[in-house]
Design a protein around this ligand. Structure first.
Ligand code: HGY
Ligand code: MN
Ligand code: MN
Length: 431
């Protein structure tokens, strides 16, 4: 009797993934395969405390990339790494003269990050290829599954593919401590010939990116799919506060040039400026170092990281100018110097293509998923590719809206829903 029930379960599972030759609209991805691959990918880059540390260019990132490329090859893709360290898996189409439909994301992480940011779009994109293979379905357009390099460090690989990674940008120091150039070389890229990774406008027919929302709207509204209308711009500045290091015991309170006290006032000022106007803009001091860093020394120098994001590039600069003014007054009242150095790698805001958004909506409706339009407060490779091709993004819920944290979580069902929408959206434009 038990054998009978077991075989019924297997048959049902198989029918859910659809038999070869099924109608394209009836295709469904394999939820279990997605979930097990997400779990396996999560095992790369764990540090001694078991925390996820698959930061770009580190051994965990390199090992995970090797594992992913093996899966791509087993799925019959023609796998290459471009000069910017982007992994490109190409699947032939019926008509080689057509430009590729591309989809993908990233597998590098922020320090102590989560297992879904970038991974859902990468594993979900591979799942689309697996289903097409199982269905022996050859698309008209060639397909490209792209795993971009160092997304978390400033969408570096996609920026290079769009032709916007400059010599200065290659000198920028990454989270790993390597410069971008050293890091891309560690991935098998060739920074000396970075221009070879550039694609021109028209080289890619369209780019879709499946991604977790990294916010709490879909989870709160119990919706399965987010149709992204626009992605915020992001600019980073390194802020240096120069005071005067001195003895913490013998220097009277009114005779100090305390760099950390001044820096703390600037942190509050950033928050006040970012909340002083209507809108979804955000301003963050995400990292700080106080030197020399001893109980008994008044900090003489502080270096901080300032980030401002908004859908309007001009608004980012307006907010920055306001912060600069506040810094000038803090500097004069504290007797310190405050300077800002803009990081070369910035991301411009990008709007998603209306037609591609319609393809996502049609797919979500066909699958009976609840959906809504929304903007992305997170940056993505799609916003770099938007410089050279029409792009669109598909969001799935982040439980509790948590991201860039080990508590980041998306359910297997939601990941499968997202991959089903990606599959149908790709097929919907494959004319
Ligand atoms: O920082 C971001 O918004 C993205 O997760 N890289
Ligand atoms: Mn991401
Ligand atoms: Mn991220």
């Amino acid at each position: 009797m038990r054998l009978f029930f077991f075989s019924v379960i297997i048959m049902t599972a198989l029918s859910v993934c659809a038999q070869p030759g099924a109608k394209p609209s009836g295709l469904r991805v394999n939820e279990q395969r997605i979930e097990s691959r997400i779990k396996e990918l999560a095992s790369f880059g764990k540090d001694a405390q078991g925390r996820g540390y698959r930061v770009a260019f580190t051994p965990g990132d390199i090992k995970a990339r090797g594992w992913f490329m093996d899966l791509m090859k087993k799925a019959g893709l023609e796998v290459s790494t471009d000069a910017a360290g982007n992994i490109i898996g190409r699947r032939k189409g019926k008509n080689p003269s057509l430009k590729p439909i591309a989809f993908g994301s990233h597998i590098d992480m922020v320090p102590d990050g989560g297992n879904y940011d970038g991974c859902v779009g990468s594993i979900g994109g591979l799942e689309v290829i697996e289903i097409l293979n199982e269905q022996k379905l050859v698309t008209n357009h060639p397909l490209e599954l792209i795993i971009f390099s160092n997304e978390e460090g400033g969408t570096i690989g996609s920026m290079a593919m769009a032709g916007n990674l400059t010599a200065d940008g290659l000198k920028q120091v990454s989270q790993s401590g390597l410069t971008m150039a050293e890091g891309l070389r560690a991935l098998g890229g060739n920074p000396d010939e970075i221009a070879r990774s550039k694609r021109n406008k028209g080289d890619i027919h369209a780019y879709f990116e499946l991604h977790i929302e990294q916010g709490g709207i879909l989870d709160k509204e119990k919706l399965q799919i987010g149709v992204v209308e626009g992605i915020v711009g992001i600019i980073h500045w390194e802020v240096t506060v120069e005071g005067f290091a001195n003895h913490a015991g013998t220097t009277p309170m009114d005779m100090r040039k305390d760099a950390l006290l001044a820096a703390s006032k600037l942190v509050v000022a950033v928050n006040e400026v970012a909340t002083s106007v209507e809108g979804r803009q955000v301003g963050t001091i995400g990292k700080i170092a106080a030197m020399p860093g001893a109980y008994n020394v008044i900090p003489g120098k502080v270096v901080m990281g300032l980030e401002i994001r908004d859908l309007s590039y001009d608004k980012i600069w307006q907010l920055f100018r306001e912060i600069e003014k506040r810094a000038a007054s803090i500097a004069s009242s504290s007797g310190v110097q405050i300077s800002f150095r803009k990081e070369p790698n910035e991301s411009r805001p990008a709007m998603a293509d209306k037609e591609l958004q319609a393809g996502i909506v049609q797919a979500a409706k066909g699958l009976n998923y609840g959906f809504r339009f929304m903007q992305s407060g997170a940056g993505h490779d799609a916003q770099e590719i938007a410089h050279i091709a029409p792009v669109a993004m598909i969001f799935i819920p982040s439980i509790g809206g948590i991201s860039h944290s080990p508590k980041e979580y998306s359910t297997p069902v939601d990941m499968a829903n997202g991959a089903n929408v990606l599959l149908q959206a790709v097929l919907s434009i494959d004319k």
